[in-house]
Design a binder for this molecule. Structure first.
Ligand code: GDP
Length: 304
């Protein structure tokens, strides 16, 4: 992840090493290289513009001209600004003060929501919580079965509609909003303390999907709405994130597939464009390929 961005920035900073003073031309050349590296990494254009403007301003200021090692000071500035773009402080999950914490997942089909439900469930279990997954994706024929497989692998129970069954919670109507609501009631009655609601995605943004997600949101009043986004989608990340932000007003972002050859642009753009924090990163298909997102560590990783 971020390999080529990281390589490009490292190469850029090499040119600054050992320079006693930085001329305006040095700063310009560096900022130009940073701009090119970010654009190649698919960072959204307005984000690149803003980012490089701040770097330039700071690099021409006294904190660099008066530094013993100006080159090193520029790297430090880029590190700080990267950390800012990535969200500043680590944003931890918001737990309900009473009753079960409800976490709703939203995103395009294939973004990694169902996989994430298992990872998040396992992660919460490891921390002493008692989560349950709720199958509110009734759009794809095998989505419920897929969540059940994921739940089994993660060791987390799944609340799912079972047509024709007789429990008070079974729902033969196929209404995802009702399943979500029933799932939360089920969790409350069985003393599960976290409910993770998987919702349907489409291949593209569509109004019916967004309305359904909003109806689920209104029905279960979640403590967190996590927008799951495939880090590989590059420049599309911004429009997708904006549409979901308007649609469901999510509270946090999960970047998935950061293990692939994602160039990292989504990570650097989504937070800047929506103002919503990146909370988790998914880094593989396995149930443990998942970590909390720490902007400071990620910035250092990029500049390593
Ligand atoms: P959903 O449609 O949003 O529920 O997406 P899924 O959870 O079904 O994931 C779609 C595909 O992406 C599946 O084949 C997953 O195994 C895969 N996937 C999900 N998360 C990751 C990840 O972090 N890394 C990789 N490499 N694959 C992932």
């Amino acid at each position: 992840m971020f390999n080529s961005l990281s390589d490009r920035l490292t190469a850029t900073f090499k040119n600054l090493r050992g320079k006693g003073r930085l001329s305006e031309a040095d700063v310009d050349a560096t900022v130009r290289e940073i701009r090119r590296a970010l654009l190649e990494a698919d960072v959204a254009v307005p984000v690149v513009r803003e980012f490089t403007a701040v770097i330039k301003e700071r690099a021409l200021g006294s904190e660099v001209s008066e530094a013993l090692n100006p080159g090193q000071q520029v790297v430090k500035i880029v590190n700080e600004e990267l950390q800012n773009v990535l969200g500043g402080a680590t944003r931890r999950i918001n737990l309900a003060k009473s009753g079960p914490t409800v976490i709703m997942l939203a995103g395009l089909q294939g973004a990694g929501k169902t996989t994430l439900a298992g990872k998040l469930g396992k992660w919460l279990t490891d921390q002493g919580h008692k989560p349950v997954l709720v199958a509110s994706d009734l759009q794809r024929p095998n989505a419920v079965t897929q969540l059940q497989v994921v739940g089994r692998r993660a060791g987390v129970p799944v609340f799912a509609p079972e047509p024709g069954a007789t429990s008070e919670f079974d729902d033969p109507t196929g209404d995802p909003v009702k399943v979500a609501r029933d799932g939360v009631d089920f969790a409350r009655s069985k003393l599960y303390d976290v409910v993770i609601v998987d919702t349907a995605g489409r291949l593209g943004i569509d109004q019916a999907l967004m309305n359904q997600a909003r109806d689920i949101r209104d029905a279960v009043d979640p403590d967190e709405v996590l927008f799951v986004i495939d880090a590989m989608i590059g420049q599309d990340a911004v429009n997708t994130a904006k549409a979901f932000d308007e649609g469901v007003d999510f509270t946090g972002v999960v970047l998935s597939k950061l293990d692939g050859d994602a160039r990292g642009g989504a990570a650097l753009s989504v937070r800047a464009v929506t103002g919503k924090p990146i909370m988790f990163a998914s880094t593989g298909e396995g149930v443990d390929d998942f970590e909390q997102f720490h902007p400071d560590r990620m910035a250092s990783r990029i500049l390593d």
